[in-house]
Design a binder for this molecule. Structure first.
Ligand code: NAP
Ligand code: G4F
Length: 323
């Protein structure tokens, strides 16, 4: 295929799965990596692709480094997945979140506009922008009402993507992705916090699991399915915005139940609700309508929540067992 891609956030959950997908399709994959004091490539190593990526140092907060990355990689496709992506942290670091998740998108779009206007651009938008939901099932026409500094910053990133498409004719698409998880999910997110704890409790290394609002509902899918939707968006003749979701919503409580049941345990014997994990403002329920992605991209979620949670618990049992 001989195509070049640049992925920001290549060391994250989605970056790792997307890099694997593109490498398997024959792309040369460049990955932007921010300077950290220790190695962050564990996900790429788990997928066996760490040696196949051309790493470029850079930070979304630093416009010069983004320009250099564009000039160096000469990408046909750019996937902007880099972000401070944990909602809880966004109340503790609202400015960093705004700079990286909001203005960082402008750094990407400006660099494309100036140095690589034919590159196709994908922006990692989020269902968190729907926040206090304005429709029972959220789609591309549902008004936004973000409930966290993260959601607010991402909304800026979303609209600046739409604006650069409309102002300068860039092929810039925004994927409004609902929660997606995997064995490569960060440990701070609730699904992985649960599956890791289930493994530890089953293997006698932990007794209880402390959680916040277990009545919150999310539309959870598998990250491996969702990166295919990102790629499909950039293969369309016309750039556009798409909701990517399963169309099923489940409480944190029922997700826990599934995870504990998979190893023959009852979640009620182990889960403790702890106010320290409640958020200053909550997104109570998310439920996506992926009809447009299905019709126009031919995309549909393939993995059920039961399959996803079992996959994650099994991976954590293997990891914890080796410790
Ligand atoms: P993730 O695992 O937290 O990965 C985030 C990535 O961004 C990491 O590679 C991180 O690098 C990088 N990053 C952080 N700050 C950066 C900076 N200043 N400059 C450059 N890179 C930086 O997130 P994810 O779950 O893969 O999500 C990917 C994207 O989709 C994010 O933009 C997220 O907000 C969005 N999103 C995610 C979901 C979901 O459910 N997963 C849903 C909707 C939208 P380090 O490894 O060095 O920290
Ligand atoms: O797993 P979470 O932290 O994900 P959240 O906040 O929905 O954000 C994720 O999905 C967004 C898409 O909608 C992405 F944009 C974002 O980057 C991220 O990937 O929390 C899910 C729910 C929340 O309602 C939270 O309050 O679980 C609830 N929860 C209950 N106890 C908890 C906990 N969340 C965490 N992280 N830890 C708990 O102990």
């Amino acid at each position: 295929m001989n195509r070049n891609a640049l992925i920001t956030g290549v060391t994250g959950q989605d970056g790792a799965y997307l890099a694997k997908l593109l490498l398997d399709k024959g792309y040369k994959v460049h990955g932007l990596v921010a300077r950290r004091s220790s190695d962050t490539s564990w996900r790429l190593r788990e997928l066996g692709i760490a040696g196949d990526i051309e790493f470029i140092e850079g930070d979304l907060a630093d416009a010069c480094s983004i320009q250099r990355a564009l000039i160096k990689s000469k990408p046909d496709e750019v996937y902007n997945l880099g972000a401070q992506s944990f909602v809880g942290t966004s109340w503790d670091q609202p400015v960093t979140t705004g700079i990286v998740d909001g203005l960082g998108v402008t750094h990407m779009l400006e660099a494309i506009r100036q140095f690589s206007p034919d590159s196709r651009f994908y922006q990692a938008s989020t269902s968190e922008m729907f926040g206090l939901i304005q429709a029972e099932r959220q789609d591309e026409n549902t008004p936004f009402y973000p409930r966290s500094p993260y959601g607010v910053a991402k909304l800026y990133g979303h609209w600046i993507t739409v604006n650069y498409r409309e102002s300068f004719g860039l092929h810039a698409s925004s994927g409004i992705l609902f929660n997606h998880e995997s064995p490569l999910r960060g440990i701070e997110f609730v699904t992985r916090k649960v599956t890791d704890a289930v493994a530890r409790i089953k293997l006698g290394k932990q007794k209880e699991l402390r959680l916040g609002n277990i009545d919150a509902k999310r539309d959870w899918g598998f990250a491996g399915d969702y990166v295919e939707a990102m790629w499909l968006m950039l293969q369309q003749d016309k750039a556009d915005d798409y909701v990517v979701a399963t169309g099923v919503t489940t409480t944190v409580r029922d997700m826990c139940k599934l995870a504990f049941e998979h190893v023959g345990l009852d979640y009620e014997d182990h889960v403790v609700v702890d106010p320290q994990f409640f958020r200053p403002a909550e997104v109570d329920i998310l439920l996506g309508n992926p009809g447009k992605a299905q019709r126009q991209l031919g995309w549909k979620a393939k993995t059920s929540l039961v399959e996803l949670i079992q996959m994650m618990v099994d991976a954590d049992l293997r990891r914890v067992g080796k410790e």
